[in-house]
Write a protein of this length. Structure first.
Length: 156
């Protein structure tokens, strides 16, 4: 199957590209949006490329690259009473929520800010630049991925 590409958002107070560089891999748990869950459960595959996006940051933007290292599997944090991501509707027998594991690939020399993404030719249709787009896991075309990688690797 052809490699796919994704943008995954995380707030810097939760996890950063530097954290991923240190840890090498991490699980992407806690997503509680059905569309994002479906992407992780049904579409993401080992080897897919990821733009790591720092949201609610100063500035918000793409900070580096990761890749999917484990296909979607049930998010066990939904089963742990008292856990921030607990969901009583999700069980081991009928999981509601899923997650993937990602691995570190590269940290960019600087952030590719959202404003740069919005003003770059070829990224006009990218989901993250669309008004009201808040989805934390979103598909990216290969062309969009390649443009952002070029922007990210420029010396800042």
């Amino acid at each position: 199957m052809a490699r796919k590409f994704w943008l995954m958002k995380c707030e810097p107070d939760a996890y950063t590209i530097d954290d991923l560089a240190r840890d090498k891999t991490t699980s992407w748990e806690g997503v509680r949006n059905y569309q994002a869950r479906n992407f992780m459960r049904d579409d993401m595959q080992v080897g897919d490329g990821v733009l790591f996006y720092a949201s609610n940051a100063d500035p918000s933007g793409v900070t580096g690259l990761a890749e999917i290292v484990q296909d979607g599997y049930p998010d066990h944090t939904a089963w742990t009473k008292g856990h921030h991501y607990f969901d009583k509707a999700s069980t081991r027998e009928k999981p509601v929520w899923y997650m993937v594991d990602i691995g570190f690939v590269e940290r960019f020399p600087g952030v590719v800010p959202l404003e740069t993404l919005k003003s770059t030719t070829g990224l006009e249709q990218m989901k993250v630049v669309q008004k009201g787009s808040r989805l934390s896991v979103q598909p990216v075309t290969k062309a969009e991925f390649d443009i952002v990688v070029r922007l990210g690797r420029k010396k800042r």
